[in-house]
Design a protein around this ligand. Structure first.
Ligand code: SF4
Length: 164
């Protein structure tokens, strides 16, 4: 069976980021996977109930997506509002979609408090990044989905070659 890949909507050019922008990845592998019918698209934050535009959000106090899932940290937006519940709702919507579509892999935008998989911002809103994953990426990994950042697209291709 052709392995399917859960993909961040903004990575495919959809203008769903907090500032109304997209973050399209122009890459021949992505085009090929699209033509092969492998891509399953979601924006976890839109699925969690956010609209565009929205205030930027970060996981508080240098926490991680895993911390948010365990209740040890929360997600706050730039106005100080606690938006943890919506981030969790979006993460579980992404997991549900991944499971219903049989996605064992995900290619998600890095740096996001939802989709980040190698780096996220540290909660200070001053542009400082730290190693770690966002809430959706962390939840997907907990359930066995392999999550890759755009910079790791070649590694994902290698895994797909193994998986078929
Ligand atoms: Fe893109 Fe993910 Fe942020 Fe949605 S939640 S805008 S898909 S990085």
């Amino acid at each position: 069976m052709t392995a399917k890949i859960l993909v961040s909507a903004c990575l495919l050019g959809r203008p769903v980021r907090y500032d109304g922008a997209a973050k399209p990845l122009e890459h021949p592998l992505l085009q090929r996977w699209h033509e092969e019918g492998r891509l399953v698209v979601i924006c976890p934050e839109i699925a969690g109930g956010f609209s565009v535009p929205r205030p930027p959000a970060e996981i508080a106090a240098a926490g991680s997506g895993e911390d948010v899932l365990s209740g040890a940290s929360r997600v706050v937006d730039r106005t100080g509002a606690d938006v943890t519940a919506a981030f969790l709702a979006g993460a579980y919507a992404a997991l549900e979609l991944a499971q219903s579509e049989g996605c064992r892999f995900a290619l998600l935008i890095d740096g996001s408090p939802s989709c980040g998989s190698t780096a996220i911002y540290d909660g200070s809103f001053d542009g400082t990044k730290q190693a770690g994953a966002g809430v959706t990426a962390a939840l997907l990994r907990t359930h066995g989905v392999e999550v890759y950042a755009p910079a790791q697209i070649a590694r994902l291709e290698a895994r797909l070659q193994q998986a078929g």
